[in-house]
Write a protein that binds this ligand. Structure first.
Ligand SMILES: C[S@@+](CC[C@H](N)C(=O)[O-])C[C@H]1O[C@@H](n2cnc3c(N)ncnc32)[C@H](O)[C@@H]1O
Length: 184
């Protein structure tokens, strides 16, 4: 009965989160409970996110809640961009480090364990997100305060409240939103 209730709870939690099918197992305890579970962005959506932001080798891509690091790893591998992968969950950090090593992008991609709300974001030229609508809205003042004007922000699936995106894509039925930080 307890297991059935747990399974039901998990189903309720992941319902409505695009791509939420698995990846719920964890081997190490995070410093605090992650604000959102790990659900990977499909590769086609990763490609579209990097393309819409026009990522080049001159960019530094910060993925806030990076999971297995697929976004900064792809940005490094395909475009030669630098990247920083932030995640609060040690299991994801392990996977991201393995991904970086497997793809030989260790000279370009750094993996940082920690709370995305406590990081200094000022060195980013591109920020990627796949969080939740409420987390995007909570993050917005920090993005506005710390990021340089012109920094590009791309979010998979979720918009940012009243801040209207400059571009909105549909990739295989998934939404991608794009903004740039305005002049101050
Ligand atoms: C939906 S997944 C997205 C993973 C990756 N960005 C992608 O698109 O494939 C969200 C990730 O955010 C991480 N996360 C949740 N809360 C966090 C926090 N406060 N600080 C850092 N990472 C967090 C989770 O551990 C998870 O790996």
């Amino acid at each position: 009965m307890r297991n059935r209730l747990l399974a039901l709870a998990v189903t309720v939690v992941v319902a409505g989160f695009p791509g939420a099918t698995s990846a719920l197992a964890q081997t190490a305890a995070p410093a605090r409970r992650p604000d959102v579970i790990f659900v990977p962005t499909p590769e086609a959506v990763v490609e579209a996110m990097l393309q819409v932001a026009n990522v080049t080798k001159n960019d530094t891509v910060y993925d806030l809640g990076c999971g297995d690091g697929r976004i900064p790893v792809t940005a490094a591998k395909k475009y030669g961009a630098r990247g920083v992968c932030f995640d609060i969950d040690p299991q994801r950090i392990k996977e991201a480090n393995e991904n970086v090593a497997r793809n030989n992008v260790g000279s370009l991609v750094k993996v940082v364990e920690g709370d995305l709300f406590e990081q200094d974001l000022s060195a980013a030229t591109v920020v990627t997100l796949y969080l939740l609508p409420s987390l995007n809205v909570k993050l917005m003042p920090k993005l506005m305060k710390e990021l340089k004007p012109g920094t590009r922000i791309v979010s998979h699936a979720f918009d940012m409240g009243d801040w209207k995106p400059e571009k909105e894509l549909d990739v295989d039925g998934r939404k991608v939103y794009y903004w740039t930080i305005p002049k101050r």
